[in-house]
Design a binder for this molecule. Sequence first.
Ligand code: SF4
Ligand code: SF4
Ligand code: SF4
Length: 175
Amino acid sequence: MQASRRAFFAICGSHKRDVIRPPWALPEAKFIENCTRCSACIDLCPTRLLVKGSGGFPEADFTPGRATEGCTFCGNCLTACQERVLIKRQDQAAWTLQAVFGESCLAAKNVVCRTCGEACEAQAINFLPHLGGVSRPQLKAEACNGCGACLADCPTQAISLRPDLSLSIATQGAT
Ligand code: SF4
Ligand code: SF4
Ligand code: SF4
């Protein structure tokens, strides 16, 4: 491994939780070792989700208002990647992200809002009756694919995507 790559990996490893690689990326060590930082995946992403991140390596940036509809799993980035650090595996999800609803959710403040549920093609968001208030969003974790469409549409930026740690452990070491 080149010295510059080794140095970057040491930095990246310490901030690993903050970085979301493109879908179906190889495990971080192999990704950093083999990605040439050519930006081909970034250039072909139709939703502008992918950006050049730290060290010039591609990242998914779910900042509200940036990517128009999250990840559509169109596969353009995989097709663009000549180094094969993005490889679709039938038995593995694109990533281990799950939607989490925060305190600024309008429904939690008794304002009717179902925007996230309407944005979710996977139908992973239920609105359950809430005693003494309006229905609040609740995630069906097994249905959420981490696409980020709900996050892009939420008027109060109440949704974030977090890794599902149980899945991270289950898929560790997979190539
Ligand atoms: S699968 Fe498509 S939408 Fe998702 S990051 Fe890759 S190019 Fe962008
Ligand atoms: S779109 Fe945002 S504010 Fe509206 S219900 Fe969903 S999380 Fe709450
Ligand atoms: S991240 Fe995607 S699949 Fe998960 S709740 Fe949001 S819109 Fe639905």
